[in-house]
Design a protein around this ligand. Structure first.
Ligand code: NAD
Length: 443
């Protein structure tokens, strides 16, 4: 099939690379012409596990990048809209990018196409996009038919390629049953093992995406809220997690205690749901408290650090090493990352920072520009030298089993604040470390 991807961010690039890898011809467009120029040369500015290899394997064979929207549209039968839909200042969804993309498509569409909204958009918006495209076509006084469908993306950043290639399910919202066979053909390469497609109406499909993110965020906030109770009562949240996760009705996923979720999606999508619910006079009380618990979790963690140093000294002039800056492992994405909040708090209190991340340091540098209190390191152990504590924020695999003897030698005091509960408290304690986790009292 000939497919257009409009918006080559994380989702667009992964979608384009995977669809091209199974034999489709994929034409990608982005309004960011520098991004397109880089992609034409096989340069990918973001790190996503496996993406570089997949793009370069298919580049100029099945995968093409272009500055020319008109040719991308005319060369394709199916158009995916994968542009950003960030949060607006009222907590709703900023639809500017996707409405603009719809207008641009309407102004150049040349024959019958299927236009698929893959960006996360509030319920009902695929129909608004259809109206915008129709309006542009009418302005041109031409008669061009097109279909719309919604096909939300559920990939997890850091594991995006694998999630696209082997999805749990593929949700498709259509209002024209004839489109079923097209979707079955499009996604057959990703459904070999068993049927993955779940067809539904467009509004249900749009809302399914929000429901999935809300459920995942709820699980995270649930365990995090409970972690505070566990710690205060002398219980260990890691044991409780195993105790409840072993119940098949509950399961182990998304109940890891942590500093809270970050990323570009959960916060904006939950806020968007709350915003939409107000219009329809519904009270999403659970969703509101999920967001509150998440914000609270960051403060709970930084306050633990502050309390430790206020006990006699203060954070001012102290140096903290942070391991992990991206919002999760496997990606260089720092959007909404808890690391930004923690770095800001430490700088506010006149502390110094040694930062290390395998992939995300440049993105953090772009946020903090020239900040005298921050030093960046290319080696995780170097970063711990002359530091007053190690703070672990992202669970990259390389942090799972470090050489603790080097850490002990390098740190001013053997002190670790672990925002991802990566180590065994008894083992760490026996090595002489003071080890603070989420939801676990000190030994
Ligand atoms: P992103 O910000 O990384 O990329 C969006 C891209 O769209 C940018 O390159 C931007 O230049 C481009 N763009 C904006 N307006 C355009 C236009 N008019 N024409 C062409 N290109 C345009 O965003 P993302 O993280 O890839 O997310 C895209 C959508 O997918 C969002 O709705 C998001 O909520 C959703 N989503 C994201 C993820 C994820 O893991 N990032 C997962 C599932 C769903």
């Amino acid at each position: 099939m000939n497919i257009a991807i409009i918006g080559t961010g994380n989702v667009g690039l992964i979608t384009g690379a995977c669809l091209s890898d199974v034999g489709n011809k994929v034409f990608c467009f982005d309004i960011d012409s520098e991004k397109i120029e880089n992609l034409k040369n096989g340069n990918i500015q973001v790190y996503e596990s496996g993406l570089n290899r997949l793009v370069n394997k298919n580049l100029n064979v099945n995968l093409f990048f272009s500055h020319n929207l008109e040719s991308v549209v005319s060369d394709s039968d199916i158009i995916f809209l994968t542009v950003g839909t960030p949060m607006n200042e009222l907590g709703g969804t900023n639809m500017d990018c996707i409405y603009n993309a719809a207008r641009q498509i309407g102004s150049c569409i040349n024959n019958k196409k299927l236009i698929i909204t893959k960006s996360t958009i509030p319920v009902g918006e695929t129909y608004n996009i259809r109206k915008i495209i129709s309006k542009e076509i009418n302005k041109r006084k031409v008669d061009i038919k097109f279909d719309v469908a919604n096909n939300p993306e559920f990939l997890k950043e850091g594991k995006g390629i694998n999630d696209f290639m082997s999805p749990d399910r593929i949700v498709v919202g259509i209002d024209n049953r004839e489109l079923r066979s097209l979707f079955i053909n499009l996604y057959r390469p990703f459904s070999i093992n068993h049927e993955k497609l779940i067809f539904m109406d467009i509004k249900s499909s749009e809302l399914t995406k929000y429901a999935a993110n809300a459920m995942l965020a709820t699980r995270i906030s649930f365990i995090n809220e409970l972690s505070i109770l566990a710690e205060k009562t002398g219980a260990d949240i890691n044991s409780i997690r195993r105790g409840i996760g072993s119940d098949r009705r509950i399961g182990y996923n998304y109940i890891y205690p942590s500093v809270g979720y970050g990323g570009s999606c959960f916060e904006k999508d939950l806020n968007s749901m709350i915003h939409v619910s107000k219009k329809f006079n519904c009270n999403l009380g659970i969703i509101k408290s999920v967001e509150d618990a998440n914000l609270n979790q960051r403060d709970y963690f930084i306050n633990k650090i502050i309390r430790k140093f206020d006990n006699g000294a203060s954070i001012r002039g102290k140096t903290f090493t942070i391991w992990g800056l991206s919002f999760k492992p496997g990606t260089s994405d720092v959007r909404g990352s808890v690391s930004i909040y923690i770095i800001n708090k430490i700088i506010e209190m006149e502390g110094n920072l040694h930062l290390y991340d395998p992939k995300a340091s440049d993105n953090i540098k772009n946020i903090f520009k020239k900040q005298d209190r921050i030093n960046y390191f290319n080696d995780k152990y170097e970063a711990t030298k002359s530091s007053d504590a190690l703070i672990l924020l992202t669970e990259w695999p390389e942090f799972r089993s470090p050489d603790f003897s080097i850490l002990k030698r390098n740190l001013n005091k053997p002190l670790i604040f672990d925002g991802r509960n990566q180590y065994d408290k008894y083992m760490i304690n026996s090595l002489g470390f003071e080890y603070h986790q989420i939801g676990v009292p000190l030994l």
